[in-house]
Design a binder for this molecule. Structure first.
Ligand SMILES: Nc1ncnc2c1ncn2[C@@H]1O[C@H](COP(=O)(O)OP(=O)(O)OP(=O)(O)O)[C@@H](O)[C@H]1O
Length: 249
């Protein structure tokens, strides 16, 4: 099974250092990890460092991988491939690193992924004509269709309505379980993190503020110190824990 661990990882842009000494627990296939932290904490930068798009000190250790390119990334703002249909754009994403010859199972993977995300009716539509939320689902499809072992998603639900937010998070849970994929999601919705993720990694100003089981990490103290809000974490009648925000701290 694939695993990922960061050891004393730093990174930056030019001479500006953004990330400093990030060490995480070992993250394993089958887990959903929330990458949390306020705006500009360094979440997208950490993804770029994991992907090798920017360099820095420390080690990104990936073990137990089956393929040469185990990681796939859904960026925060994926530019629209204006001239392509949804089907073509997802197929093109699927073919990255697989050569030019499209096989029957590539077409099946595209169709399954569009159906999985409930966007099969958009197949023939031009990407440029889609709504923001539809485009975000297509970006998710482009990442998922590649069947990576490690999936990095940068705020994948930010443009989605509530039903589709929950739908995508449930799909991620299924992918993690069925394919033993390690899924790391940068997100701002702490309620979703509490409900749908196993592990939380919290960045603050480029350093690691906390990491561990999401339910242990997300405390009223952390929300006050890192997110600067007064909050309570309470258990509802159904036994589920919820974050109740009272005020700014
Ligand atoms: N290409 C770049 N060149 C220079 N600085 C950058 C670049 N990209 C990001 N930064 C800076 O790095 C810091 C961290 O940005 P990053 O996008 O990693 O934060 P984030 O946690 O993903 O934020 P958000 O939640 O707002 O998306 C910010 O101060 C940002 O201005």
């Amino acid at each position: 099974m694939v695993s990922l661990r960061l050891e004393n990882v730093s990174a930056g842009y030019g001479t500006t250092r953004i990330l400093e000494g990030i060490t995480t627990p070992t993250l394993s296939g089958g887990e959903i990890v929330a990458l949390l932290g306020p705006n500009a904490a360094g979440k997208s930068t950490l993804f770029r460092r994991i992907l090798g798009h920017i360099k820095g000190e420390g080690q990104v250790r990936i073990e137990g991988q089956r393929s040469e390119r185990p990681i796939c990334h859904m960026p925060q703002d994926s530019g629209s491939a204006a001239a392509l249909s949804v089907y073509e754009a997802v197929l093109l994403a699927r073919m990255q690193g697989r050569g030019l010859k499209v096989a029957e199972d590539d077409l099946t993977a595209v169709e399954d992924t569009l159906r999985y995300l409930d966007i099969e009716t958009l197949g023939a539509r031009a990407i440029s004509d889609l709504s923001g939320g539809q485009r975000q689902l297509v970006s998710a499809a482009q990442a998922i269709v590649q069947e990576p072992e490690i999936l990095l998603l940068d705020e994948p639900t930010s443009a989605l309505d509530l039903h589709r937010q929950l739908g995508l998070l449930r799909i991620l849970r299924r992918l993690a379980e069925d394919r033993q994929m390690l899924i790391i999601v940068a997100m701002h919705d702490l309620g979703h993190a509490l409900r749908y993720t196993d592990i939380a990694i919290v960045l603050d100003k480029g350093t690691l503020a906390a990491s561990g089981a999401t339910g242990d990490v997300l405390t009223a103290d952390l929300l006050r110190e890192i997110y600067r809000v007064e909050a309570r974490i309470e258990t509802c009648a159904r036994g589920r824990r919820h974050i109740l925000i009272d005020d700014v701290a």
